[in-house]
Design a protein around this ligand. Structure first.
Ligand code: FRU
Length: 500
């Protein structure tokens, strides 16, 4: 909790922070033009961290998010709100949830309560119920331990406006400092709502028949996975795999990520309505890059599992060189499962309907003599065989470059942002990040989504994923390839973005 305390202490020193001295000290002109992404969600102004309360209904994806509207660093948390028909173009809505006397509005989820189990529906219409942590900052500062409790709010107009439930909190703290980030799903076999809650170094499972009264069912993970930091933002969901139902539990951890700071690990196993169990002892990460945190899935999307994460890292999120806003969300990703060498892995790929034009073949460019011209955002596809080292560089005219590629000797992918542009806002930012290749087939396939300030690399149909942000001083305009023995890729193409 020291982290929250420090964040709030800093905040009280600098209030009012928006458009204030903090921003003046680090004036980075043109950050709107240089870094405001086109394909990725950002708040209009102010601070954003975790995606929250995502639900889908009647053709509309709702996204809520941890938001401090009055400053560009973490502050008293609200739930911002936006909706989208295609998960690319977003409409901003008024703030959905404001802090109240119980506390700030921390991370959580939302469900469509079709059977009105909560009794909060009106006129026979299903209410949308949001379940979230309320963080009592005064309690924390006074040295209490029970300052995080779970509350609910409900909407009777399809998620546009929200009312706090009159008898909050609905799940009170048993005396554990880290007790937060409820993710709720409907479990049809047991006819119960299931809540996965991050409780210090484990995920606790609670069940309820009405979203109001919760009973503890089990704990998971004390002896499993990575424990270098506190567990946050869990998610529990079923995935269909070869006509079987496989259960996946994801949990974010900070610090302890494979490339420092924040990251999200996952476990594949079984869930019986009360207990989640896994045969696997290996720590697996949904994304090996430095910038995909607190990733959770949309509710009410049937067998389509769609996730989104916060595209930053607590290490430096509050120092990145954007002026009017801080942070973007990752591209929405479709999740599924693949078996490799007898072990099951979670794959993530960008959602299928990304609006790109027809591919331009890159063979004429990737010949070690010519550069291809880059216009952001774009998507690069590569099919490589045989497996030799290759490096692809995005560069601008002042010598800044972002390099990514594959290292055959260690069988790893990497993204290197050491020379990518502005990096000195944090000592850990300029770095080369590695990810193991999980697939064992001969041919490498890469899908790379590039926006103005981010790279998302999906290797081998999403078995290995890396997401990294970067901040060039001028836009990258060229893309070049360097490969062992000057081997060319079998296939390479660059797709430019088309406004949908
Ligand atoms: C994760 C997190 C959550 C918490 C929220 C507060 O990034 O620390 O555990 O609910 O952010 O903003």
């Amino acid at each position: 909790m020291l982290r929250f305390f420090l964040r709030s202490a800093l905040l009280s020193l600098c209030l009012p922070m928006f458009d204030s001295s903090i921003n003046a000290q680090v004036a980075f002109p043109n950050s709107e033009t240089l870094y405001r992404p086109i394909l990725h969600f950002t708040p209009q102004k102010g601070w954003m961290n975790d995606p929250n309360g995502m639900f889908y209904k009647d053709g509309l994806y709702h996204l809520f998010y941890q938001h401090y509207p009055n400053g560009t660093t973490w502050g008293p948390m609200h739930w911002g709100h936006a909706t989208s028909k295609n998960l690319i173009q977003w409409q901003h809505h008024p703030i959905a949830l404001y802090p109240d006397s119980i506390g700030l509005i921390f991370s959580g989820s939302a469900v469509v309560d079709y059977n009105n189990t909560s009794g909060l529906g009106v006129d026979g219409k299903a209410p949308i119920v949001a379940i979230f942590t309320q963080h009592d900052m005064k309690g924390e500062q006074a040295g209490k331990v029970d300052f995080q409790n779970q509350s609910i709010a409900y909407s009777n107009d399809e998620g546009l406006s929200w009312k706090m439930y009159k008898a909050n909190p609905v799940l009170t703290n048993p005396g554990i400092k880290d007790f937060r980030d409820p993710k709720v799903i409907w479990h049809a076999p047991s006819k119960k709502w299931i809540m996965a809650l991050a409780v210090k170094n484990k995920v606790s499972i609670y069940t309820s028949s009405n979203l109001i009264h919760w009973e503890k069912a089990s704990d998971f993970g004390m002896q499993l996975g990575n424990h270098d930091g506190v567990w946050e933002c869990p998610d529990l969901f079923p995935v269909k795999y070869k006509s079987k139902t496989i259960w996946v539990l994801t949990v974010s951890i900070n610090p302890g990520g494979p490339n420092k700071g924040s990251a999200t690990q996952y476990f594949i196993g079984n869930f019986d309505g009360k207990n989640f169990s896994t045969p696997s002892k290996e720590t697996k990460w949904i994304d090996y890059g430095a910038d995909n945190y607190a990733s959770v899935t949309w509710s009410n999307t049937g067998n389509n599992i769609i996730s989104m994460g916060w595209m930053s890292n607590w290490l430096y999120a509050q120092q990145v060189p954007t002026e009017n806003w801080r942070s973007a969300a990752t591209i929405a990703r479709k999740l599924d499962i693949q078996e490799v060498n007898g072990s099951l892995y979670l794959r993530s790929l960008p959602i299928a309907n990304l609006p790109f034009n027809k591919a331009e073949k890159l063979s004429k460019y990737f010949n070690h003599d010519n550069d291809a011209q880059l216009i952001f955002p774009c998507k690069l596809n590569i099919d490589a065989m045989p497996l030799e080292d290759f490096a692809i560089a995005l560069s601008n005219t002042i010598g800044e470059k972002l390099i990514f590629g594959y290292e055959a000797k260690t069988n790893r992918f990497y993204v290197d942002r050491t020379l990518s542009g502005k990096t000195n806002f944090h000592t850990d930012f300029a770095a080369r990040h590695y990810a193991p290749r999980i697939a064992n087939n001969k041919r490498i396939n890469l899908q790379v989504i590039l926006d103005k300030a981010s790279i998302e690399l999906f290797a081998d149909n999403g078995l290995t994923v890396m997401t990294d942000i970067f901040f060039p001083s001028a836009p990258y305009t060229a893309i070049t390839v360097d490969s062992k023995n000057n081997q060319l890729f079998d296939k390479a193409s660059l797709n430019n973005y088309l406004t949908p």
